[in-house]
Design a protein around this ligand. Structure first.
Ligand code: HEM
Ligand SMILES: *[C@@H]1O[C@H](CO)[C@@H](O)[C@H](O)[C@H]1NC(C)=O
Ligand SMILES: *[C@@H]1O[C@H](CO)[C@@H](O)[C@H](O)[C@H]1NC(C)=O
Length: 267
């Protein structure tokens, strides 16, 4: 019984709680949606998520990444204010479809160059500038070695700082039995900040896609601005997250459902 309750609470956190980032244009999703239905819902969700995050700060990166993936695949998730401090609308329902190969097709891989990244984001109504801004999420969280080892072997990619490449080789040996994990940002791994853009400039970001932001003068300028103008990244990032949350019609109303205790699966 107790475990059922804790599973349910976890589900609440992961389903209802990822509330937030929602589009101003979306009439059916509202900030304060739960006020009439369940007065305390938002504050319960918020403090619950906060408690989880205090115990495991790595969750923030996972939640932000999940939000990105969700928006590019089916856009069913909200995100919690605890994670990114922007005011979001709520009332999304859970989707009825889950399709792994669809996700693979719709998400940009780390091998993408600038043209390919622009196309992927444009298909989702996001500009090149917003793509540059959202890539700043790679200032937190981690990556598996397998996501970038093609840049380390057989030779260190000339688009990567060679010293950085040698260090990564030690952390990610070739043919290792286990796929290792490294931080995205070695300087301030748990801080969502503009350090990512400094890493991009010094060729010490993990992915080819990160380096690609230097390959047009327009995107290169934006990267440079973020490294120099304090606070510029944060403002843009909050706005771009809200925009990303509006990619497709959320499942408010009748097209979704509220999942039961096994919230990983459709009812
Ligand atoms: C521009 C295109 C993007 C590409 C090619 C890309 C690719 C990747 C890859 C390969 C990883 C590592 C996965 C692993 O090996 O475990 C990763 C991690 C991550 N990505 Fe992206 N990503 C992109 C954009 C974004 C955006 C827009 C966001 C959110 C706004 C985001 C947030 C994250 C976060 C937070 C992590 C760390 C996750 C964790 O620590 O669990 N990424 N990304
Ligand atoms: C999943 O998506 C792929 C690619 O769009 C599609 O071909 C396939 O039929 C889908 N599978 C299911 C079970 O909907
Ligand atoms: C990116 O790759 C595509 C496909 O290989 C290619 O057509 C395009 O010219 C490349 N763009 C850049 C900026 O390298």
């Amino acid at each position: 019984m107790e475990s059922k309750i804790s599973i349910f609470i976890t589900c609440l956190v992961f389903a209802a709680a990822f509330q937030l980032l929602l589009p101003v244009s979306e009439a059916s999703l509202k900030v304060g949606y739960y006020k009439s239905k369940c007065k305390k819902a938002e504050s319960i969700v918020k403090s619950t998520v906060r408690n989880f995050i205090v115990k495991n700060p790595g969750l923030v990166a996972g939640v932000i990444r999940m939000f990105f993936h969700d928006c590019f695949v089916r856009c069913e998730m909200d995100i919690c204010k605890v994670v990114v401090n922007v005011d979001l609308r709520k009332s999304r329902l859970d989707g009825r479809v889950s399709n792994g190969s669809e996700a693979l097709q719709l998400l940009p891989p780390p091998s993408f160059n600038l043209t390919q990244l622009e196309a992927s984001f444009a298909r989702n109504g996001l500009s090149t500038a917003e793509m540059v801004t959202l890539s700043g999420a790679h200032s937190i969280g981690r990556s598996h070695c397998s996501s970038f080892t093609s840049r380390l072997y057989p030779t260190i990619d000339p688009t990567m700082n060679q010293g950085f490449g040698s260090s990564l080789r030690k952390l990610c040996p070739q043919n290792a039995a286990v796929d290792g994990v490294v931080p995205q940002d070695f300087v301030s791994p748990n801080k969502l900040d503009e350090q990512y853009y400094k890493n991009v400039e010094s060729l010490t970001a993990l992915f080819f896609s990160d380096w690609s932001l230097l390959t047009s003068s327009e995107t290169q300028k934006q990267v440079d601005t973020y490294t120099k103008v304090p606070g510029a990244f944060k403002v843009d990032f909050a706005n771009a997250m809200i925009k990303m949350g509006s990619i497709s019609d959320a499942l408010a109303g009748s097209s979704g459902e509220v999942r039961g205790p096994t919230c990983r699966a459709v009812n």
